[in-house]
Design a protein around this ligand. Structure first.
Ligand SMILES: NC(=O)c1ccc[n+]([C@@H]2O[C@H](COP(=O)([O-])OP(=O)(O)OC[C@H]3O[C@@H](n4cnc5c(N)ncnc54)[C@H](O)[C@@H]3O)[C@@H](O)[C@H]2O)c1
Length: 401
């Protein structure tokens, strides 16, 4: 399941086209037939990866304890309540007070780093330098220097790294990837991704403060959290975002006048060009009337539209007249115990499965370090562009030479 997708059969799409002329749209169950979705997961190994899970907020929302090839060896959070949550959720008896202590445990083979975003690179480097494979929450890093350190450390140690980017395994994205791989978009010339998460009212209080203390999210620069947008293109086509011009917006909110990041923006809108000459527009906004993560992809021969908070429906339209209004079903691709929606477009089981199978099969995960940096770094440069009034800047590459 390295790419989380199977090619769509030509015969199937011809059938889809024929069906579409009869009915205006295809239901998801018919779509499953015409798309030839691929084999169900069957266990091939008894190996159990011994993982340590750090971060008892979002880090408690994965399926490590339910995967047949994984056991949760230890958990950690600085906050005792959150340690307890991790122990309960994952059925694990061993807890450490910090990541720094957990990585000293020789029985831990891999670490799931779900700490705050500005700490990811530092924590991932600590874990890799202790000899552990790592899956980290997004983003991979927040500076270009950290990106370089991650690349150097991965290449020196040979350990595996994966970013747990939920937008990569939303089912619409899996579908877009399959369409792209089978050439059904024609040339995918323009895409849009957006992540809207208003940090206002009660949400602001809950996310920006723990007690009276500010959390890392307080006035965090939107484009240092670009991955829920950029993954919608990089995760589908593998192309690279090479240039960016970004517009930032902020008001007289006191949080934007004084914060740990010197960040004056609540919203950022970036226009990227790619190494294949295509355009991509990415929005990350903390203060507008919108919600959710969403993309639309436009090719010369087909287009795909995610559903959205305003009631926009999912739709796939192809030039041959095919019109699809329901997603195919991908549950068979993950182990049975994990086949339920635990958030973010049913992506969590797929992220869990991909990381564990990459370790079991001794291969790079689909969202390896190079893909992760190609998804993360353009946002770092976009924020720099916004600070320079939208000046178009080049995005450096951290790909394999
Ligand atoms: N859709 C998505 O992909 C998605 C959704 C939510 C959160 N996230 C990301 O996941 C990460 C975690 O999110 P969250 O909402 O749980 O954040 P959070 O700040 O609520 O939780 C981070 C936890 O890490 C713990 N921690 C920090 N340093 C530690 C250390 N050295 N040792 C042990 N524990 C340590 C903290 O005590 C805290 O409980 C963030 O980076 C966030 O950006 C991604």
């Amino acid at each position: 399941m390295a790419n989380g997708s199977m090619p769509i059969s030509r015969r199937g799409l011809l059938q889809a086209g024929a069906l579409a002329t009869v009915a205006a749209s295809l239901r998801g169950d018919l779509l499953n037939e015409v798309f030839a979705v691929g084999p169900a997961f069957t266990p091939t190994s008894d190996r159990k990866i011994r993982i340590g899970v750090v971060g008892g907020g979002f880090g408690a929302a994965f399926h490590w304890h339910q995967h047949p090839n994984c056991v949760v060896e230890a958990v950690s959070d600085l906050i005792p309540d959150r340690r307890d949550t991790l122990m309960r959720v994952y059925g694990c008896q061993k807890a450490y007070e910090s990541l720094e202590k957990l990585i000293l445990d020789p029985r831990v083979e891999a670490v799931a780093v779900f700490t705050g975003a500005p700490d990811h690179a530092r924590h991932v480097l600590l874990a890799m330098n202790a000899g552990k494979h790592v899956i980290s929450a997004c983003p991979a890093c927040t500076t270009l220097e950290e990106a370089q350190q991650l690349k150097e450390t991965k290449e020196r140690t040979g350990l595996k790294y994966m970013m747990a980017e939920t937008s990569y395994y939303r089912w619409e994205t899996i579908t877009a990837r399959r369409l792209f791989q089978d050439g059904k978009f024609g040339e995918l010339v323009y895409s849009e991704g957006e992540y809207y998460h208003p940090m206002t009212g009660g949400e602001r209080q809950a996310l920006w403060f723990r007690g009276n203390e500010r959390t890392w999210r307080y006035a965090y620069p939107p484009m240092l959290y670009p991955t829920h947008t950029t993954a919608f293109l990089v995760g589908v086509t593998g192309e690279r975002l090479t240039r960016v011009s970004c517009v930032g917006w902020g008001d007289d909110d006191p949080a934007l006048k004084e914060n740990a990041y010197n960040n004056p923006f609540a919203n950022e809108t970036a226009m990227f060009t790619t190494d294949r000459g295509h355009a991509f527009r990415g929005n990350v906004c903390w203060n507008l009337h919108g919600h959710g993560e969403r993309a639309q992809w436009f090719g010369t021969q087909g287009a795909l539209f995610m559903d959205g908070f305003a009631g926009q429906p999912f739709r796939m339209l192809l030039a041959d007249g095919t019109s699809v209004s329901e997603l195919p079903d991908y549950w068979h691709m993950v182990p049975e115990a994990m086949r339920y929606d635990s958030g973010h477009g049913r992506s969590h089981p797929f992220l869990t499965h991909e990381f564990i199978m990459a370790l079991v099969e001794d291969r790079e995960p689909a969202i390896d370090l190079y893909e992760s940096l190609a998804i993360t770094v353009p946002g770092i440069v976009a924020h720099q562009s916004a600070l320079k009034g939208g000046e178009q800047l080049a995005v450096p590459s951290f790909d394999r030479k």
